[in-house]
Design a protein around this ligand. Structure first.
Ligand code: GDP
Length: 192
C-alpha cells in the first residue's frame, strides 16, 4: 500500500488558469464544511498535517491541489454548506468546478458525508456534477465511529436507497480507520 510521504500542497487555485497542467492523474475530494474532508485527506495519504495547510485563512475557499507523487494529485474542493461563504465566493467556484470536470487527468470523486447527517442539498449538486462528468463517486459515510452499529446500518441503508446507482457508499472513519484501506485502494487504483 502506498503512503505518500512526499505529499505537499502544490497550488491553491482561485482561478482555473492557476490549475496545474492537465497531466497524469488526479482525484477530487468534496464535502460540506466540517464533514471531515481534511481528516480524510490526511488519513488517505497517511500525512497527518497535510490538509491543515489548506485550512489556513483564505485557502478554504480555493481549490487546493496536493501533489502526492509526481503527476499524482488530490484536488480538495471548497467545503460547501457554510453560510460564511458569500454569494460572490460561491459564484467564483462555478467556473473552476466546470474547468475541473473537463480535465482528462480527473479520475473520480470522493464525496465525504457526515454519517450523522447523511446526504444534503450541496451533496446532490456534487453528485450531479460528477454524473455530468461521468466520474465514479464513492461516497464515504464519515465519522462512522460516532454511530452505534444499528445507526450505522440504518444510515448506510438510507444513503444507498437515496443514491441508487449514482454512487457507491461505504462507512468511513478517519478516527478508527473504518473503510480506510478500501478507500486507499480506490485512490491508488485511480492514481495508477
Ligand atoms: P472539513 O471541514 O470537512 O475539512 O472537516 P475536518 O476534517 O476539519 O473535521 C471536522 C471535525 O470533525 C473535526 O473536529 C474533526 O476532528 C472531526 N472529524 C473528522 N473526521 C472524523 C471521524 O472520522 N471521526 C470523528 N469522531 N470525528 C471526525
Amino acid at each position: 500500500m502506498s503512503t505518500y510521504q512526499h505529499a505537499a500542497l502544490l497550488v491553491s487555485a482561485a482561478h482555473a488558469r492557476s490549475f496545474p497542467p492537465d497531466l497524469g492523474a488526479e482525484v477530487a475530494i468534496a464535502g460540506r464544511s466540517n464533514a471531515g474532508k481534511s481528516s480524510a485527506i490526511n488519513a488517505l495519504t497517511a500525512r497527518r498535517g497535510l490538509a491543515r495547510t489548506a485550512k489556513l485563512p483564505g485557502r478554504t475557499r480555493l481549490l487546493n491541489f496536493f501533489e502526492l507523487a509526481p503527476l499524482r494529485r488530490i484536488v480538495d474542493l471548497p467545503g460547501y454548506g457554510y453560510a460564511a461563504a458569500s454569494e460572490a465566493e460561491r459564484a467564483s467556484w462555478a467556473p473552476m468546478i466546470s474547468a475541473l470536470a473537463a480535465r482528462t487527468s480527473l479520475r473520480g470523486l470522493f464525496l465525504i458525508v457526515d454519517g450523522r447527517r447523511g446526504l444534503l442539498a450541496g451533496d446532490e449538486e456534487l453528485l450531479a456534477w460528477a454524473a455530468a462528468a461521468q466520474l465514479p463517486v464513492p461516497v464515504l459515510l464519515g465519522k462512522s465511529d460516532k454511530l452505534k452499529r444499528a445507526e450505522l446500518r440504518q444510515a448506510l441503508a438510507a444513503g444507498a436507497a437515496r443514491l441508487a446507482n449514482r454512487a457507491t457508499l461505504q462507512a468511513f472513519s478517519a478516527v478508527d480507520g473504518t473503510g480506510l484501506e478500501q478507500a486507499r485502494r480506490q485512490l491508488e487504483d485511480w492514481l495508477k
